[in-house]
Design a protein around this ligand. Structure first.
Ligand SMILES: NC(=O)c1ccc[n+]([C@@H]2O[C@H](COP(=O)([O-])OP(=O)(O)OC[C@H]3O[C@@H](n4cnc5c(N)ncnc54)[C@H](O)[C@@H]3O)[C@@H](O)[C@H]2O)c1
Length: 314
């Protein structure tokens, strides 16, 4: 018995790196895998349908069930056709893994072209939207027809987007995917669909080892950059057992998994002297908020310039 017996799952970017590892792991767990990959270079150039097919073939040779597809996730209508073909062939879709990604070599604000910026956003953000949008239509229709199977979506974000990095378009795109994950989870929860994101670290052609995991908690013998750790998490998030968890971002760093806790309003607040904040009262106030000045610097003549409890986020 596998965790995903007979589940039909689409993995984008499933031909190489993390996506390939996900596809092989999901197949070992019993899933029927649709390996999607356009087969481009790490910078998003060119196409090669054999990249996806090689992984599908490897799964079939190992006794699993898989098919391949070379649609670019940037093609909204093409993704729609991929969904229709999958449903025609296998009768259903249970989960999707948004993993396809590219990087551009020059991320400097003063050198990056508009075309490069658009290309990175197109694969990561629009690609994730395209798959999510078709998944939402399909899962909602199924629910409204009385089928309570629900559905599973796993997106791929990155520490670059969540903690910030100088990689301009990549960080923007990955932060966007985290936001898409939360919005989609809220919208799809009533239909039994969970939407989560992983933030992996793995040795692939995109990251040949330059960015080592931050964790030093790995046991001896653990390869912290093996993609298999992230794939195990993806398999769990796609399973029936994971129905309780949605709208979350999980960091998988070698064999260590952590929850990401996002932007939070801090506990310290400055409340202005009058009905409207004035620019000239903010210099000391902001330095106190950021710890540059000690708290006693808050205006002693202003009884409201204290730490305020109960901040409400909007
Ligand atoms: N490797 C890491 O350490 C790391 C860290 C954080 C996030 N990620 C993310 O993980 C995902 C996989 O990255 P990887 O390291 O395995 O890279 P990779 O380059 O090895 O694999 C990416 C795959 O996506 C495919 N692809 C690219 N554009 C596509 C498109 N438009 N349509 C369909 N397929 C497309 C490529 O052909 C390639 O096979 C990416 O989203 C990446 O941003 C990777």
């Amino acid at each position: 018995m596998g965790l995903l017996d007979n589940k039909v799952v689409i993995v984008t970017g499933g031909g190489r790196g993390l996506g390939r590892s996900h596809a092989l792991t999901l197949a070992r767990q019993g899933a029927v895998v649709v390996v999607n990959d356009v087969g481009c270079s790490v910078h998003g150039e060119g196409t090669d349908a054999t990249v996806a097919e090689a992984v599908a073939e490897q799964i079939r040779v190992g006794g699993g069930s898989a098919t391949s597809d070379s649609t670019s996730v940037t093609d909204h209508q093409g993704v729609g056709r991929l969904f229709r073909r999958t449903i025609e062939q296998f009768g259903r879709i249970d989960g999707v893994v948004n993993n396809a990604g590219i990087v551009r070599p020059n991320e400097l604000l003063t050198a990056m072209t508009e075309r490069d910026f658009d290309a990175v956003l197109a694969v990561h953000v629009k690609g994730t939207f395209n798959v999510l949008a078709h998944a939402a239509l399909y899962f909602q229709r199924r629910w409204n027809e009385g089928d309570r199977s629900g559905g599973r979506v796993v997106n791929t974000t990155s520490g670059a987007g969540l903690r910030g990095s100088p990689a301009l378009s990549y960080s923007t795109a990955k932060a966007g995917i985290a936001a898409l994950t939360i919005s989609a989870a809220m919208q799809l929860r009533p239909y039994g669909v969970t939407v989560n994101a992983i933030s992996p670290v793995a040795r692939t052609r995109m990251n040949p080892g330059a960015f080592a995991p931050a964790s030093d908690a790995h046991a001896p013998g653990v390869d912290p950059l093996a993609p298999d750790h992230a794939s195990a998490l993806v398999a769990y998030l796609l399973s029936d057992a994971a129905s309780w968890l949605t709208g979350q971002v999980l960091r998988v760093d070698g064999n260590v998994v952590r929850r990401y806790e996002g932007w939070k309003v801090g506990p310290r607040a400055y409340q202005g002297r009058g009905e409207v904040l004035e620019a000239d009262e903010l210099d000391d106030a902001l330095r106190v908020l950021y710890g540059v000045l000690p708290v006693p610097y808050l205006d002693p003549a202003n009884p409201r310039s204290v730490e305020l409890p109960g901040v409400t986020e909007t």
